[in-house]
Design a binder for this molecule. Structure first.
Ligand code: LLP
Length: 420
């Protein structure tokens, strides 16, 4: 199935196994909710990106978009595959540095980076600052002069391209807070060229996330190519990667097909370096979240609720974007689905429904529910709503599980409180 980790299978106990580890054992050992990340899937995706793009357009670098999932354990795996990094805050820069990643491989994003973040980025020597506003050029002018240090930048432009995805995750529309509007590009380039410390190396655009239609990407690359020719720059950064299959029936473009289409626009027309910043498609289907079923509420002729021990605090995507997830019973992995149920979260919100109307095998108290394809934008968007600690995360590989994020306990929750 497309929405499972590459190593997922059903073992002899009829349990879901990931990375050679029995997920029911994981739930017992580490508790639930639990984020399980499959190392092999992450490595496979990094390799597919690097191999496919370099096959069609050798001068390509792939930068993992840390916002999808940023923990030291994950970044170390990604780093060891030879990837670069899209970082979008001081916190992501810090995490990547602490994970041993080379700052020269960082592309630092943000539509309103603070002065402190920009200074930090320059001091640690990040490779590229992705300039998002003309104000940022003014800020960089002051900081580079103060530090007596040069910086290489790319200009993020607003491509004005309609991409077919949820409105909250479209970023390239004309009416968007991201990127320099097209009528300001010329002025922004001139502003940069005036500064001896700031060097423009190329252009960036990002049209949104969870996109299946490669035509929007092709239009974007054409626009970036035009700008590259016009301003004689030598790097083109096309932003995030294509969408992923949350459901087995979803049919996103394959990485190879996507690479071929992007490369077709550039090949023979430019020698510029191509950079892309996939996040979701690297980690999403490497992840599964395990929950315990704690209660069942059957409202006759209305709905049967399966109540689990997590919800919107560990996965806010259903309530934010009406995202639809798939799930399996990890302890009854080959049982036939027989009943339509609704998986409800534990938080004090009626809208905290993880999955509405899913067909599952007969579900009982203490079953372990595995929600699929939760590797991207789940942990990274998790909260402590209702003062619930964020779950632990384990990385599984070749029959071994390593704890890479500890479960937050009550002390963690009040660590920053000041008791007067
Ligand atoms: N580059 C830039 C500049 C971005 O803003 C993003 C995502 C990416 C790369 C990575 O895009 P991806 O390959 O992951 O599609 N929280 C939302 C997704 C927000 C995406 C924001 N930017 C969600 O859960 O669907």
């Amino acid at each position: 199935m497309r929405n499972l980790p590459d190593t997922a299978k059903i073992n002899k106990h009829n349990h879901l196994e990931i990375g050679g580890v029995d997920s029911v054992d994981l739930a017992k050992e580490f508790g639930t909710p639990l984020y399980v990340m499959d190392e092999a899937t992450i490595r496979n995706r990094c390799r597919q990106y690097i191999d496919s793009f370099r096959k069609y357009y050798p001068n390509t670098d792939i930068a993992y978009a840390c916002k999808a999932l940023c923990t030291a354990g994950i970044l170390k795996v990604v780093d060891s595959e030879g990837m670069c990094f899209d970082v979008s805050s001081g916190g992501e820069v810090y995490t990547a540095l602490k994970s041993g990643c080379d700052p020269k491989k960082f592309y630092f994003h943000g539509n309103n980076k603070t002065i402190a973040e920009l200074k930090m980025a320059l001091e640690v020597g990040v490779g590229r600052i992705m300039v998002d506003t003309t104000q940022e050029i003014i800020n960089l002018d002051e900081i580079t002069k103060e530090l007596g240090q040069g910086v290489e930048v790319m200009l993020r432009i607003n491509p004005g391209i309609e991409a077919h995805t949820h409105k909250y995750i479209k970023t390239g529309l004309i009416d968007s807070k991201f990127g320099v509007p097209q009528n300001e590009i010329d002025e922004a380039v001139k502003m940069i060229q005036k500064h001896k410390y700031i060097k423009l190396v190329g252009f960036h655009a990002h049209i949104g996330s969870q996109i299946f239609d490669t035509k929007s990407f092709v239009d974007e690359v054409k626009l970036l190519l035009e700008l590259t020719m016009k301003y004689q720059t030598h790097e083109i950064n096309i932003g995030g990667g294509p969408g992923v299959a949350y459901l087995d029936s979803d049919n996103p473009p394959g990485i190879d097909a996507y690479a071929e289409q992007v490369a077709k626009v550039l090949k023979g027309k430019t020698e510029a370096k191509l950079v892309l910043e996939p996040g979701r498609s690297i980690v999403a289907n490497a992840g599964v979240t395990l929950y315990s079923v704690g209660a069942i509420k059957d409202i006759p002729k209305i709905r049967k609720y399966i109540l689990v021990d997590g919800g919107l605090a560990d996965n806010p995507r259903p309530i934010l974007y009406q995202a639809i997830y798939d799930a399996k019973l990890a302890n009854k992995a080959s049982a036939v689905p027989v009943e339509k149920v609704t998986i409800a979260g534990r938080s004090c919100e009626s809208g905290d429904i993880l999955i509405k109307d899913i067909k599952l095998p007969k579900t009982e108290i203490n079953d372990i529910l595995a929600v699929l394809c939760t590797g991207a934008y789940n942990y990274s968007m998790a909260s402590n709503y209702n003062r619930v600690g964020r779950p632990a995360m384990v990385l599984v590989r070749c029959g071994q599980a390593s704890l890479i994020v500890e479960r937050e306990d009550y002390e963690d929750l009040i660590r920053k409180d000041i008791i007067l």
